[in-house]
Design a protein. Structure first.
Length: 274
């Protein structure tokens, strides 16, 4: 009887607290739609516990391609989007789905391929020339084909190389998958693939693959974060979402990003406000 009475009192006190202070009962969490590279590289697993401990805000991640992540934001189904396709991000703002974009960090794209290198591209510094040689050799190439930031960059490089690619080419395979699964496909096929360096460094199933092209300035890969417009979608958790953004671009957030390494190698380089 005493236990039942105590439980009743506890529930009554919780209810009164919720009436006096509605935020007491409010779910302090946000949903972030983000690119697969931030998740599959292990970055979120490293930095989110730090933010959550400092803020008390739980961050739930939906990791998809950048195009899909932005579409989730367009539907108002996320509070924050954290992606890496600047032209698409600017369009997102122009369409009224956010009001401000914050640059957070960068790394670079790299062209991965089999060590046998049938297209003879290893050691080059020009991604355009490398893509031309792959097409000329009709060497197997794996594309994410998922409207992600990496896929968008890949298509720009094919366009710059003057090559029209599509799924009808027998050497060009679209997976429609995230970076990790696409790398698995490339490993199984001994094919070429464009990848972000972060996911590659965390990727275990490398098989006969290696980095063949890196260092071209056009391979620069910038990440940005945006709050979904709460004026358009009142359900967006403005305060919590902005708190996450503010932390990412603050010194503690930038330090946490810089501290994440695999095998002594830094995966992402903070550059907020630069």
């Amino acid at each position: 009887m005493k236990l039942i009475f105590s439980s009743f009192i506890a529930l009554l006190l919780f209810g009164l607290s919720s009436l006096i202070n509605p935020s007491f009962a409010q779910d302090k969490s946000i949903l972030v739609s983000s690119t697969t590279s931030t998740e599959q590289s292990g970055l979120f697993g490293s930095i989110l516990p730090i933010f959550q401990k400092q803020s008390g805000i739980q961050v739930k991640i939906v990791a998809v391609g950048t195009g899909q992540a932005l579409d989730i934001g367009r539907r108002g189904d996320a509070d924050v989007v954290f992606v890496h396709d600047k032209p698409a991000e600017i369009k997102f703002i122009d369409e009224g789905f956010s009001t401000k974009r914050y640059e957070v960090m960068y790394n670079d794209f790299i062209l991965i391929g089999p060590k046998s290198d049938p297209a003879k591209i290893a050691g080059g510094k020009d991604i355009k020339v490398a893509f031309q040689k792959i097409a000329e050799a009709k060497a197997p190439f794996v594309s994410r084909g998922d409207k992600s930031g990496t896929h968008a960059a890949e298509l720009r490089y094919w366009k710059d190389a003057g090559i029209a690619v599509n799924s009808n080419l027998n050497w060009y395979k679209e997976t429609g998958s995230g970076m990790g699964p696409a790398l698995n496909t490339a490993s199984a096929m001994n094919g070429y693939i464009l990848a972000d360096r972060g996911t590659w460094l965390s990727f275990k199933n490398r098989g006969d693959l290696d980095i063949l092209i890196e260092g071209d300035p056009s391979l620069f890969n910038q990440y940005g974060v945006m709050l979904v417009n709460p004026m358009k979608y009142p359900q967006v958790k403005k305060a919590e979402g902005q708190a996450f953004i503010d932390w990412l671009i603050s010194k503690p957030g930038q330090d946490a990003i810089a501290a994440y390494k695999i095998g002594g190698q830094q995966l992402f380089f903070p550059n907020a406000g630069r």
